[in-house]
Unconditional design. Structure first.
Length: 473
């Protein structure tokens, strides 16, 4: 049946659209796939000969792009043209939290999704399956359907089905997640449309992993999956605080509870608080839906997950100040890791943003290191320009303001530092030679490991004071 589907258009060449369509192209060489975006820079980067310049860093992505690009995978800004050629259109555009108007701060801003629906209605020809790939509030399919049916069409004969097919990939492991998904979820009404999309996935996903639901269950399942995952992180982070207060160790508690097969071992690593573009946004979206449907107790339950996460990040900033004798004004602090997790260049909602802002507010001089994040992005995230001069020299000791600077050398970051804080679990941080590095630091020197990546034994041997997340010993 897959032969009926020959041409796919994906609107949105972001973290989801790019890698997802790359894997589709690789697994289905008989399909022609066009990924379109309004952002010319982004499309240029996807078409770049230098694979290090792809707009998304994901292990394994460059290999697939090299293999499929300009064979059956194309990146373009010609949105209308490729909509008109497509049998299936994926909508994979951004759905951020609304910043103003009704539902500001919680509800999803659907203006980009609506714009896509209007373009699809206008330019598609014949029968087109429109697939929601973006994460959307429950009932968005109804909005898309209404727009498709009411808008002026390119062709009298144009007809549509709308399906929900949310994406569950995690950044840093996107290619593996797409190639070996735990499940593929397809929600919809028309069994023919569901079957056509399933046939595409069946080229590499075992049939038993392709779940069919009604469209509202599919939309809600995506929000629920993210809410449950984030809830686990907030739960274990809340326990880390009790561990520190009581002498328990959160890693031991995680191991003990994770051995219960009903709980399971994954997603029980206590860290500096969850980040990423989606957990907070999707939970707040769920909270808004609960409020809208008159369920305040349910809304409060889920909002607690986000409130705990924010509290936890500030908790870490405060304890750092406390351990450094109650003041960090003019103290040099090395920040190891700025991405929201390892193996990605994404900093959206990274715990490092909150913690660095808190420390700068207290007057610290931060030397920030990250193997994949660039200083322009960090400046944008912190809302503070980088001081590119030597911080120690440029700083007026009487000024209460903190500053930050980027460095690609860990030695440089630690030279003369009072403390180092590990905020992202990059593998290279676990291999550092603290015996040597400790000699560069000002004494007494502190290491704060918010990711449990360092060896406490080696830090102790190097004569360093150390704090580790959830370690009450
Ligand atoms: P992104 O911001 O990286 O990419 C979205 C792209 O859509 C942008 O490049 C933007 O220019 C483009 N766009 C917006 N409106 C357009 C239009 N009308 N025509 C053409 N292009 C348009 O976003 P993302 O991280 O890829 O996320 C996309 C969706 O997938 C969101 O709903 C998100 O919640 C969901 N999601 C994200 C992840 C993730 O790991 N990032 C995982 C699963 C689901
Ligand atoms: C998450 C989900 O895992 C994906 O299934 C989903 O598709 C995606 O959101 C989305 O909808 O955007 P992602 O945000 O890329 O993926 O990364 P995760 O691995 O889930 O990590 C999220 C945050 O939680 C990170 O800051 C990470 O460091 C933190 N985390 C995760 C912990 O602190 N401890 C853990 O045990 C696991």
């Amino acid at each position: 049946m897959s032969s009926q589907i020959k041409n796919i258009c994906c609107i949105g060449a972001g973290y989801v659209g790019g890698p997802t369509m790359a894997v589709f192209a690789d697994k289905c060489p008989f399909l022609t796939i066009n990924v379109v975006d309004l952002n010319e820079e982004r499309i240029k980067a996807w078409n770049s000969d230098d694979l290090n310049k792809l707009p998304v860093f994901e292990p394994g992505l460059d290999v697939i792009i090299e293999k499929c690009r300009n064979k059956n995978l194309f990146f373009s800004t010609e949105v209308e043209k490729y909509i008109s050629l497509a049998d299936i259109v994926f909508i994979s555009v951004n759905t951020p939290t609304k910043t103003k108007g009704i539902g500001a701060g919680k509800a999803s801003d659907l203006k980009w999704v609506e714009a896509c629906a209007r373009q699809v209605a206008k330019y598609s020809s014949g029968y087109t399956i429109v697939v929601e790939k973006s994460t959307l509030p429950v009932k968005t399919a109804e909005v898309i359907k209404t727009i498709l049916e009411a808008s002026p069409k390119n062709q009298e004969k144009a007809s549509f089905d709308v399906l929900s097919n949310p994406e569950f990939l995690a950044e840093g492991s996107a290619i593996n997640d797409l190639e070996n998904p735990d499940r593929v979820l397809i929600g919809g009404e028309n069994p023919i449309a569901i079957s056509l999309l399933s046939e595409v996935y069946k080229n590499w996903v075992p049939e038993k992993k392709i779940l069919h639901t009604n469209i509202w269950s599919s939309e809600l399942a995506k929000l629920t999956a993210n809410a449950f995952l984030a809830q686990r992180v907030s739960s274990i982070n809340s326990i880390s605080a009790i561990c520190e207060a009581t002498g328990a160790d959160v890693r031991e508690v995680s191991r003990a509870i994770g051995s219960d097969t009903r709980i399971g071992p994954k997603f029980l690593d206590s860290g500096p608080g969850f980040g990423g573009s989606c957990f907070k946004k999707d939970i707040l979206n769920l909270v808004y839906l609960c409020q809208y449907f008159g369920l305040p107790e349910v809304a409060n339950f889920w909002e607690g997950v986000v409130i705990l996460n924010e509290w936890h990040q500030h908790r870490i900033s405060k304890l750092i100040v406390k351990k450094l004798f109650g003041t960090i004004s003019s103290k040099k602090i090395a920040i190891l890791g700025f991405a929201f997790k390892a193996n990605t260049n994404d900093t959206r909602e990274s715990a490092a943003i909150t913690i660095c802002k808190d420390l700068i507010e207290e007057g610290a001089l931060l030397l920030i290191h990250d193997p994949k994040v660039n200083p322009t992005q960090i400046a944008k995230d912190l809302g503070i320009d980088e001081n590119k001069n030597n911080l120690m020299k440029s700083k007026n000791p009487n000024s209460p303001d903190g500053e930050w600077s980027f460095t690609d050398s860990i030695v440089n970051a630690l030279n003369g530092a009072d403390a180092a804080i590990v905020l992202t679990e990059w593998e290279e941080y676990g291999k550092l030679d603290w015996g040597e590095l400790s000699k560069l630091m000002r004494r007494p020197s502190w290491i704060f490991d918010a990711r449990s990546t360092l060896s406490p034994k080696k830090l102790k041997e190097a004569g360093l004071n150390y704090w580790r997340i959830g370690d009450g010993s």
